[in-house]
Design a protein around this ligand. Structure first.
Ligand code: VGL
Ligand code: ZN
Length: 207
């Protein structure tokens, strides 16, 4: 069985959002076109409390983009984004949410960030997505969404490490690109770890 995982298709990562991913909105039609090909569609949602320590604003004399040590892990500081119950944290309305079976929220612990939809950045706590996929008999997962160089990358890496045959739908992703090659580098890293890179137009022949 195949599952589609839609990563963080939230207003704050789209146009005029708090952590805008360039051209992020362009992936919504790709998600809508892919969903009918899957028996199971899951979504992840970045879902931070207001006091989350990944926010630069929650540290004295810090700016977004700076890197700190957060409880022993390297943490990039971000603008305030995806605060629980805020408009920016909602999945975008243009996304056909009727096809999404379950939403997995992440980044809820203020002391640790969670880029992957499976585990926090320290691999300490699971979100339940991995067990859910296994219970449903999923063997292959297709991953797309925002942002390619953070949450999509780590979600796909964890999926692959958990033993799922993992595909990255390249045109369904956009990168933050703090360094202009970050998106391309993410693709190379994923390939090196055994993730298969595909285009959305090829998905129908693979499922
Ligand atoms: C993300 C940075 C901080 C993402 C989430 O969804 O890629 N990036 N929080
Ligand atoms: Zn976040």
């Amino acid at each position: 069985m195949n599952a589609l995982i839609l990563v963080d298709l939230q207003y704050d990562f789209c146009q005029l959002g708090a952590l805008e991913v360039p051209d992020g909105n362009a992936v919504i039609p790709v998600a809508n076109a892919l969903m009918p090909h899957f028996e199971l569609v899951l979504a992840t949602q970045d879902w931070h409390p207001a006091n989350h320590k990944s926010f630069a604003a929650n540290h004295l004399f810090r700016q977004p983009g700076q890197v700190i040590d957060l409880n022993g892990l390297e943490q990039i500081l971000w603008p305030i984004h995806c605060v629980q119950e805020s408009y920016g944290a909602e999945l975008v309305d243009e996304l056909d949410q009727t096809k999404i079976s379950k939403i997995f929220q992440k980044g809820t612990d203020p002391e640790i960030d969670s880029y992957s939809g499976f585990f926090d950045n320290g691999h300490r706590k699971a979100t339940g997505l991995g067990d859910y996929l296994k219970e449903k008999g999923v063997t292959s997962v297709f991953v797309m969404g925002l942002a390619l160089d953070y949450c999509v990358k780590f979600t796909a890496l964890d999926a692959q490490a958990l033993g799922f045959k993992t595909y990255l739908v390249q045109d369904g992703c956009r990168a933050v690109n703090m360094q202009e090659t970050d998106g391309q580098q993410a693709i190379e890293e994923l390939k090196a770890k055994g993730v298969t890179i595909v285009d959305s137009q090829d998905v129908a022949t693979l499922v």
